[in-house]
Structure formats: C-alpha cells, structure tokens
Design a protein around this ligand. Structure first.
Ligand code: NAD
Length: 494
C-alpha cells in the first residue's frame, strides 16, 4: 500500500511526472503511509492540454449528444459499482467518516446521471429577427477545461465539474488536491471504461503553485473551473484575465444559521450541530455562525453544547464515528490560531478548543468539536472561514438585527433559517445576501439546484442547467433568406 503510486493519466497512459519527483501521502487519522502522487510541472500540464485538444479535434469532438449521454450514464453506473472502494480510499485519504463519504460518492453518481440527461437538452434559439434574415444561435463546447479541485469532498466535487463539462462536449485536464488525490485515479479510470476516448479526461497530480498554476496559465486552456479557497480564487481570476479564459470559482464561506423565536428548539439544535460538525467543519457550506433569538438563546446554547459533547470523534472507518480526523496535520495550527483569536477577543469556549490526545488520537490529528460564545462580530472567528470543527454562537433581538449580522461578512455561500412562520421566512429569503438559502433543513446541495455563492464565495453555479451553459459558447448565426447579399451602400459596379 505505502509504495503505491497514483500516476498521472494523460491520453490514457499511466505516467509519472516528467521530473520523476513524487509527493508522499499520509493517512491523517493513523499516520500510515498511503502511497504517493507525481509532482507534476508545466511540462506534464502541457502534455495533458495537448492530449485534451487532440481529443476535442478527434473522436470525442465528433461524438453525438446521445453518445455522450450513454457514456455519462455508464460512468454513473461504474461509480456506483465501486462506491465502497472509493469511499474507503477517501476515508483513509482525508479522515472523513466512511459513512459520510459513502453518501458523497452516491451524490457523484446522481450528478453524472443528471448531466447525462442534460447532454441532449443543449439547444440554441431562433429569435424573431427581421424577415429578410434567418438568425439563430448554436451552442458549442467552450473547449479544453482545466478543473482544479479541493480536498474536502474529492470525487463529489470532481464530478461537479467533469460531468457538466463532458455533457457539453468539452475535454478536460483535472488537477485534484494534493491532500486527497487518490480517488481521482479511480474516476478517470472509470471514465475510460465508460467509453471516453483517450485524451478526453486527463489527470495531472501535483501542487497548486506548480501544476495548478501551470494549468491556469496555459494558453491552450479555454476555461478554468476552480473550487477552493477565496484567496486562491482571487489569484486564479487575475491570471485568467490575461487571456480572457472563462472562469468559474466556487470559493469559501462563513455561512450563518438563524434560529428565530418561533423555531422548534430541539430540531434547530440537532440540525445546526450537524451543519457545522459534518466533515469536521471542513465544508464550504458549514454553518459556522449560529445566531439565536435572545428568547431561545440560553436554552439553545445549553442543548447545543450537550449534543456536541455526545459526538463520537474517532476512527473514520468505524460506522459509529460522527467526526474523523482533520484532513491534514497542517490544519491543526490553523485551528489553534482561531481559538487563540477567540480568547483574545473575550470569547468563552464552552467545549473543545484543543487537539484530542490519548489512544488512537495520538496517531493522527483530531480536534475536539468546539463551541464559542460571547464574541464581538468583528472577531476573526466570526469574520473568517475557519474550515474546521469550530462554531460561534451569537444572539439577536429582532429579525433586522439577525439579517444585518448574517450579511455582515465578505462571504455569501449559503444561509439556513429555522422558523415556523412562512412570512418571516420570506422576509429572510429576500434579505439574505447568499447564493443558497435553506429553510428548516440542513441540506444545501442537490443535483438540479444551482450551487454557488454571492460576494466573495464565488462566481458561477454548479450542479444545474445554469452550470451547463458555462461550459458552452453561444455562436450567433445570421444568413439572408433571398440568396443574395443586400447592398446597404447602394453602390453599383461597372
Ligand atoms: P486551496 O485553494 O488551497 O486549493 C484548492 C485547489 O487549488 C488544490 O487543488 C490546490 O492544489 C490548487 N491551488 C492552490 N494554489 C493554486 C494556484 N496558485 N494556482 C492554481 N491552483 C492552485 O483550497 P483547499 O484548502 O484545497 O480547499 C478548501 C477551500 O475550498 C475552502 O475555502 C472551502 O470553502 C473551499 N470550497 C468551496 C466549495 C464551494 O463549492 N464553494 C466547495 C468545497 C470547498
């Protein structure tokens, strides 16, 4: 296991990096060696982009929508058939409980199914222009897509990009996160088995600053589809401006949950414990700020802390585990920095706030689920994405104050509301500066519903028909109907 190389896959060939260099991978929950990936550079990226362009100009580019639909449905079937293998690999790779990863793999299946159906629904328009013309639009694939993904939902987020890009007829170079890269090899293997011609989907492993940056810079890439941190997204957007690459950015969040005075208290507690601690808080949509109406506040906090203390933090492969390890040892100092900022800001830590020690905890990097109260709104823990199992609970006196606090950060990915009042829900739905608003449910991401953020949470939407359009260009076609060009200058020729 430990000497296994997860190779690049370029034009269907399994390859090491041109430099021969590798990066070793470690299971963050056990410290065991997991294998290695190639440390690729601009040379490997160039080879992959060339293969993707050739596929577009070759067999893949000539396929019909119906052929693409069949390939995507087949891919869904094959992911489903290998779901347990993929989930186990991801659980070992980034410490998330196996049971949760299993659900995410199933969502990747649904995503492929959704876009399999969408491939045959790509249509232009025939607008009613002047009758001497026939004008219409054609939708064409945007071209070669560079897909760059993070570590927190590996195969699911790769599918969010690969499935719509293939449905649209694009080819791809996928650069997964160096922290959780292993399952991408299975995905690309499956796509070949499903019928994607060589070069249609290429996989290049490596670091963001080398392989990722080379992909973003490459002039042969037409679009970058990126999911990751807001600061990285900013760098990528600037770089894409150089050659006007299309760019889609799914970035960070600091999403609020709002518990109104008419909410069902127990339901709101249990749901909001889940929406922060799922995946050890390492989700872009983690509801990491909870605002509770002052009438419910004391009871809410007491029940929330009690429920948090019952969470099982442990072995990701054990089915009773609620929270696994942090995805990487490098996340620990980040957690400690935020806890320190909370203390400096006068916050009270009601539980957690530290690394867990003893027994299996000593082999990996585990952080106790942490609840902080009494923080001013300008504290780092309220304003910045922590991306870990740390929640801040605050209070409000009325709906306007709740809205102002919820909207008072630079992010706007999602917001969750707990209320039994439809009129109140409507007021919040319209008032929240957020790409997704959920009411009385922890769920945020379902194939068919656009997923993406306002403000600095990103540009573009995934998982829906809006997504498909971002992998397409619109070509306007205009022809005369008389068979003779008009002569607007009215000139004559001898
Ligand atoms: P990250 O930005 O560090 O890395 C993401 C990917 O970008 C990795 O593959 C990395 O290698 C690559 N990369 C890094 N620097 C690069 C550069 N200069 N050029 C090109 N590529 C580069 O993010 P992460 O730590 O892997 O993921 C966590 C972040 O992702 C969080 O901020 C989270 O909110 C965000 N996220 C957003 C969504 C969403 O849909 N909005 C979903 C999941 C995660």
């Amino acid at each position: 296991m430990s000497d296994k190389l997860y190779p690049n896959i370029i034009n269907g060939e399994y390859l090491p990096a041109a430099s021969g260099k590798t990066l070793a991978l470690t299971n963050p929950a056990t410290g065991d060696a997991l294998g290695a990936i190639p440390l690729s550079s601009a040379e490997d990226i160039d080879k992959a982009v060339t293969a993707a362009r050739a596929a577009l100009n070759g067999k893949w580019g000539r396929m019909t929508a119906s052929q693409r639909t069949k390939i995507l449905f087949k891919a869904a079937e094959l992911i489903n058939a290998r779901a347990k293998e993929i989930a186990e690999l991801e659980a070992r790779n980034m410490g998330k409980p196996m049971m949760h990863v299993m659900g995410e793999v199933k969502q990747a299946v649904e995503d492929f199914e959704y876009f399999a159906g969408a491939a045959s629904k790509i249509e232009g328009r025939v607008p009613p222009v002047h009758p001497v013309f026939f004008g219409y639009t054609l939708k064409e694939p945007v071209g070669v897509v560079g897909a760059i993904t993070p570590w927190n939902y590996p195969i699911m987020l790769e599918s969010w990009k690969v499935a719509p890009a293939l449905a649209a007829g694009c080819s791809l170079v996928l650069k997964p996160s160096e922290i959780a890269p292993c399952s991408a090899n299975i995905l690309v293997e499956i796509l070949h088995d499903a019928g994607c011609p060589e070069g249609t989907v290429n996989l290049v492993h490596g670091l963001g600053e080398s392989a990722g940056a080379a992909l973003v810079k490459h002039r042969g890439v037409n679009k970058i589809s990126f999911t990751g941190g807001t600061d990285t997204g900013r760098v990528i957007m600037k770089e894409c401006a150089n050659d006007m690459k299309r760019v889609m950015l799914e970035l960070g969040g600091k999403s609020p949950a709002i518990v109104c005075e008419d909410a069902n208290l127990n339901d709101a507690v249990l749901s909001s414990v889940f929406t922060i601690f799922y995946g050890a808080g390492q989700s872009c949509d983690a509801r990491s700020r909870v605002y509770v109406h002052e009438k419910l506040y004391d009871a809410f906090v007491e029940k929330f802390v009690a429920a948090t203390k019952t969470l099982v933090v442990g072995d990701p492969l054990d089915k009773n585990t609620h929270i696994g390890s942090l995805a990487h040892a490098s996340r620990l100092p980040v957690m400690l920095k935020f806890v320190e900022a909370a203390k400096q800001g006068g916050g009270k830590i009601l539980c957690g706030g530290e690394q867990l020690k003893g027994g299996l905890y000593d082999k990996g990097t585990f952080f106790a689920p942490t609840v902080i109260v009494d923080l001013p709104e300008d504290n780092l823990c309220v304003q910045e994405e922590i991306f870990g199992p740390i929640v801040v609970i605050g209070k409000f006196a009325n709906d306007d104050e709740a809205l102002a606090k919820a909207n008072g950060v630079k992010y706007g990915l999602c917001a969750t509301l707990y209320t039994e009042s439809m009129p109140r829900a409507q007021k919040f739905i319209r008032g929240l500066h957020s790409g997704i608003v959920t009411v009385n449910t922890p769920a945020t991401a379902l194939p068919g519903l656009p997923f993406g953020g306002y403000k600095q949470s990103g540009v573009g939407r995934e998982m829906a028909m809006e997504t498909l359009d971002t992998y397409l260009e619109t070509k306007t076609v205009l022809s005369g109907v008389t068979g003779k060009p008009i002569n607007p200058f009215g000139l004559t020729l001898s």
